[in-house]
Design a protein around this ligand. Structure first.
Ligand SMILES: Cc1cc2nc3c(=O)[nH]c(=O)nc-3n(C[C@H](O)[C@H](O)[C@H](O)COP(=O)(O)OP(=O)(O)OC[C@H]3O[C@@H](n4cnc5c(N)ncnc54)[C@H](O)[C@@H]3O)c2cc1C
Length: 287
């Protein structure tokens, strides 16, 4: 069991991890992938104190190295859901459950736009998890809609179960040369229920499937943690970086403007201090 699960490996997440380790908290940074944060794209950062004209990727690598040297853990995988369990949280990261006593949300500002009709069909033919749901589609026809490279691995895994796997890009990315699924060069536009089947409308027509699997590098806040208070797409926090849910904190771009590295680092630091204080207080109260 971790003390703190930190979601996202940008400046906010690594800063939270560094401070959590300074407070002797066992923590892991769970992240959709390496080199995925916005800072990675910044060719030159000129306003980070003490490091003039630093490359974004170099700054990010040095945050990570510092956190890992201090004993923070790192786990790769998209976090799809966080389930509060009373005394702890169960976080679904790729296909693994990570248990922690507190959570710090540092997912940045990029949120996926769902396809029209998608939300209503989740669990009714639309799935985000190959290993969880593949067996329901044994011998059936499915579509995979992918916005990340690991979507191809998921599609390959699904070919072991489904009789047909049609692969559509939601965003272009690399694909392996040898593959057991067929790529359909059409743009997915919407999903709807058609009797027992799911209808995928594209820019060239419509196709009916028994199931549709969707793989993106991020999830909506509603899917991630239902009940989290938001305003204009950002997570509502107070000065301690507490969210509307107990022992859930948030830091960085996901809490709103200004979208800046120094602000993300500062909020990550405050969130980790608050989480450590609250966990220590709770441990004392329990004796
Ligand atoms: C081109 C560019 C140049 C910039 N230049 C500057 C600059 O010069 N100065 C400045 O101050 N700011 C700059 N910024 C802004 C700065 O990069 C951001 O403010 C900063 O990166 C925010 O940090 P963060 O940790 O909140 O989020 P991010 O850096 O966006 O990190 C979010 C992390 O969360 C992960 N994630 C998201 N959802 C999930 C999920 N469901 N499961 C697992 N992981 C998830 C992502 O993969 C990523 O690792 C620039 C941004 C860009 C794009």
């Amino acid at each position: 069991m971790l003390d703190i699960a930190i979601i996202g490996a940008g400046p906010a997440g690594w800063s939270a991890a560094i401070t959590a380790r300074m407070r002797d908290m066992r923590c892991a940074v769970l992240t959709a992938g390496d080199q995925t944060g916005w800072l990675y794209k910044a060719a030159k950062v000129e306003n980070y104190p003490g490091l003039p004209a630093v490359k974004g990727a170099d700054l990010l690598r040095s945050f990570e190295a510092q956190a890992l040297d201090l004993g923070a853990e790192k786990q790769l995988g998209v976090v799809r859901q966080i389930q509060p369990m009373g005394q702890s949280f169960m976080t679904l990261c790729a296909n693994e459950i990570v248990e922690s006593r507190a959570v710090i949300l540092c997912m940045g500002a990029a949120r996926p736009r769902l396809l029209p009709g998608e939300e209503a069909l989740v669990g009714q033919g639309v799935s985000y998890c190959g290993t969880c749901d593949a067996m329901f589609y044994r011998g059936r026809r499915i579509a995979v809609l992918s916005a990340r490279e690991s979507g191809a691995e998921e599609a390959e895994f699904l070919t072991r179960f489904a009789s047909q796997v049609d692969f559509y890009f939601l965003r272009s990315h690399a694909l392996p040369e040898a593959r057991g699924f067929s790529v359909v060069e059409e743009k997915p536009l919407s999903l709807s229920q058609e009797g027992e089947q799911i209808r995928l409308a594209t820019d060239r027509g419509a196709h009916d499937y028994d199931g549709v699997f969707i793989f993106r590098p991020a999830v909506t806040l509603e899917q991630l943690l239902p009940g989290l208070a938001q305003e204009k797409g950002f997570i509502v926090v107070n000065r301690r970086m507490e969210t509307s849910l107990p022992l859930v904190y948030a830091a960085g771009d996901c809490t709103g403007q200004p979208l800046q590295i120094a602000k993300a680092v500062g909020e990550g630091n405050v969130a980790a201090i608050s989480a450590a204080e609250d966990l220590q207080r709770a441990a004392k109260a329990q004796g």
